[in-house]
Ligand binder design. Structure first.
Ligand code: 16G
Length: 245
């Protein structure tokens, strides 16, 4: 850290101010992956807070995966997450993509059930009046690392029991003869708000990718409308481009 007086960002409990200050220092490159954090005592003296406050801030940053603690040698800035390269030219499922890379995946459920559809869902999914919508929202992780938030909507006619999908929506759709064969995907840059940043375990305001996928059956019917938020620090979306006719 640079020498000189330290001004913590204002607002909220002191340990959260300190946590944000450390995160900002990492973003600015004042301290880099692999660098050791000053000792608890030195940091407390430098920022003029108690050691308990430092301990609380550091503990949270360790839990968030921003810092790592090595017993006996101290606390370090965690190495950046390995990036995932994702092809944009093939319609695949998250589980399949990760399996191909030998990565284990699991989900934390955020929402799953049948609901009255929003006007947007009614239009996109082509629902009739009285139809319900099946919503499945998941935080998708590999090991302890969250990668994406996915909020999918399907007609309750094709997914009457949203708990039936197990780990993979597409595998379930495959089994019931409803696997999409085509999709339109739109990707937009976003800065993660508090809720999504918290779920993805990155600082508020970090770069994210908002992805909307509308998937179609061979019949032309829309089967799935999914809004996802992928971590900008983790994903590269890659497409092969060819010269036109
Ligand atoms: C992908 C799709 C998502 C689809 C999911 C199914 C993007 C941006 N999104 O993550 O629309 O619902 O795969 O995965 O690629 P699953 O079969 O593992 O549940």
């Amino acid at each position: 850290f640079a020498d000189g007086p330290v001004a913590l960002p204002s607002g909220g409990p002191l340990y959260l101010q300190l946590k944000r200050w450390i995160e900002d220092a990492i973003h600015r490159g004042d301290i880099n992956p692999g660098d050791a954090l000053p000792s608890e005592r030195d940091l407390a003296a430098k920022v003029d807070v108690s050691r308990v406050t430092v301990r609380k801030a550091v503990l949270q940053l360790v839990q968030d995966g921003v810092l790592v603690q090595r017993h006996g040698s101290g606390t370090f800035v965690a190495p950046p997450t390995q990036r995932v390269e994702q092809s944009l030219s093939q319609l695949t499922s998250f589980t399949e993509d990760m399996a191909r890379r030998g990565m284990e995946v699991h989900a934390q459920w955020l929402e799953r059930g049948l609901y009255l559809p929003s006007p947007e869902e009614t239009i996109i999914l082509g629902l009739s009046s009285g139809d319900q919508v099946a919503r499945i929202s998941r935080l998708r992780l590999t090991g302890e690392t969250p990668l994406a938030i996915e909020r999918a909507s399907l007609s309750a006619r094709v997914l009457p029991d949203p708990t039936a999908i197990g780990n993979s929506l597409y595998r379930h759709l495959d089994k019931t003869g409803n696997r999409p064969i085509r999709a339109i995907q739109r990707i937009r840059a976003a800065n993660l708000d508090e809720e999504n940043a918290h779920l993805l375990q990155v600082p508020v305001g970090s770069a994210g990718l908002n992805i909307e996928r509308t998937s179609y059956l061979a019949s032309g019917r829309v089967i799935e409308f999914t809004r996802s938020i992928y971590r900008g620090d983790t994903y590269d979306f890659v497409a092969e481009l060819r010269i036109g006719d």
